[in-house]
Design a protein around this ligand. Structure first.
Ligand code: AMX
Length: 463
């Protein structure tokens, strides 16, 4: 550890540093923050130069249908952390999911990537070393304390309050800890915004497992949450706090928390976090807003909806189901004006690679599981029905078609909780983007809207 690094870390800790362990944790954080300090001016200079050269180049067109059609296909956002190709699926900083599985550090004896490594990759664009990833794990464990008002608030929520509402409310209440809000109130210079955004992002990511675990334990069990173990990684701690210690479940969590993290900038949770952050609302408020969007059934809540739908299907049709019975069930869903949850996507036009890697996990670890077999059978039936119906642009499964069955297998049966886990993972993507938003000085987001009358006039349409 260099002298400068140590000095910085001492500053972070202040005068009440009480152990070498604490100092090492702070130093590790400085590693990632220092990397950013190095990268940010380079990116700022690149964008300045690029805008000088190409600032007035046209990158797309906007049609009337796009305006009424949820802005599909309009290129209007810059997001550095990941890009979604309709045919290929997600790339995190240029790396596909299989590449991340191979290249990102694993836990000892494990095969799945540690989400800490994915976070480092999203923030810096670089594959971290094992040491760097261990340092992030230690850092997050060290920052995981939640204030008593948030712990008490969660304890007092009625178990009838949806876990996503609990998450959103708890994160909003955690805003009392925002270093960004404090620095802003004290008049910090705008060039320094990213530094406290980074601190808030690290704190919030660290505190999400204890918050999410408390929501789980309070809503469905006795409220007891195991304490943070500073020797464990983020996913292992989250699993233990929820009450799950099976090493295979913890491996699943590492995969789950990695693949749900980011899906470029336009999806509802990422876009909302970015939009709210653009008003300089702090990372807690921005992320809570993103979680309110993730809680919608067309977005993150689809993982709950899939299980609810599968359960109905099993109740109605029993265990062994023929393809033709499945087809009828799917057609009934469509005829009643509902969507088939877990299928379709606003951008993707092929099977979601996040579905595929979960399927591979299932083939390896639970090939004989009855619901997995049903999910596989649906994979061979649903796309044909959706194609025959001819409405959905993408008849293939998305991430949510598969996640629930894996959780069910390891006894995490409470479907209404599934979107909270998605949310814990999503923090990695949207908060690393928020750090870059402030580092690049992205302004208040404010697209132009028009009325129908104004559009008719503009297009000269004769009605
Ligand atoms: N079942 C039934 N109908 C579907 C469908 C599905 N799975 N997917 C799309 N459609 C319908 C749409 O509802 C729309 O119907 P309309 O013309 O009557 O309004 C039509 O097909 C065209 O839609 P699209 O352009 O293909 O999709 P979209 O971009 O408007 O919406 C999505 C994308 C994901 C909301 C949609 O596919 C859907 O509702 N899927 C089911 C819910 C789901 O799985 N959501 C999770 C997505 C992933 C995530 O964010 N976690």
């Amino acid at each position: 550890m260099s002298a400068t690094l140590l000095r910085k870390c001492s500053n972070v800790l202040g005068s009440n540093q009480n152990s070498l362990l604490k100092m090492t944790r702070a130093a590790s954080s400085c590693g990632l923050k220092e990397r950013l300090e190095d990268l940010i001016p380079k990116k700022q200079a690149q964008i300045k130069e690029f805008r000088k050269l190409a600032g007035n180049k046209v990158v797309g067109e906007v049609t009337v249908d796009m305006m009424y059609g949820g802005m599909r296909g309009i290129k209007g956002l810059v997001t550095e952390t990941s890009v979604l190709d309709p045919e290929e699926g997600i790339r995190f900083r240029g790396y596909t999911i299989p590449e991340c599985q191979e290249l990102l550090p694993h836990a000892p004896g494990g095969e799945e990537p540690l989400p800490e490594g994915l976070f480092w990759l999203l923030v810096t664009g670089e594959i971290p070393t094992e040491e760097q990833v261990k340092a992030v794990s230690a850092e997050w464990a060290a920052r995981a304390d939640i204030p008593s008002h948030v712990a008490n608030m969660i304890k007092n929520f009625p178990s009838t309050l949806h876990p996503m509402s609990q998450l959103s409310a708890a994160v909003t209440a955690l805003q009392s800890e925002s270093k960004f809000a404090k620095a802003y109130a004290e008049g910090v210079h705008k060039t320094k915004y990213w530094e406290t955004t980074y601190e808030d992002a690290m704190d919030l990511i660290a505190k999400l497992p204890p918050i999410a675990a408390a929501i789980y334990r309070n809503t469905f069990y006795d409220g007891h949450v195991a304490p943070i173990d500073s020797s464990l990684d983020w996913s292992a701690n989250y699993s233990h706090m929820m009450g799950f210690t099976d090493p295979q479940f913890i491996e699943l969590m590492r995969l789950y928390l990695t693949i749900h993290s980011d899906h470029e900038g336009g999806n509802v949770s990422a876009h909302t976090t970015h939009l709210v952050g653009s008003a300089l609302s702090d990372p807690y408020l921005s992320f809570a807003a993103g979680m309110n969007g993730l809680a919608g059934p067309l977005h993150g809540l689809a993982n709950q909806e899939v299980l609810v739908w599968l359960t109905k299907l099993q109740e109605q049709l029993g265990g062994e189901v023929s393809d033709s019975e499945l087809r009828d069930f799917i057609w009934n869903t469509l005829a009643s004006g509902q969507v088939v949850p877990g299928y379709g996507h606003a951008v993707l036009r092929k099977t979601d690679p996040r579905y595929t890697c979960q399927r591979e996990f299932a083939l390896k670890h639970l090939p004989d599981n009855a619901i997995f077999k049903l999910v596989s059978q649906l994979y061979s039936v649903v796309p044909d029905v959706l194609l025959e119906q001819g409405k959905a642009k993408n008849p293939w499964p998305n991430v949510d078609a598969h996640s629930g069955v894996l959780l069910q297998h390891y006894n995490l049966k409470e479907m209404s909780y599934y979107t909270v886990m998605f949310g814990v993972s999503r923090a990695l993507g949207v908060l690393s983007s928020l750090v870059w938003d402030r580092a690049l000085g992205l302004p208040l987001e404010r697209p132009k809207s028009m009325s129908t009358d104004g559009l008719i006039k503009l297009t000269g349409a004769k009605l």
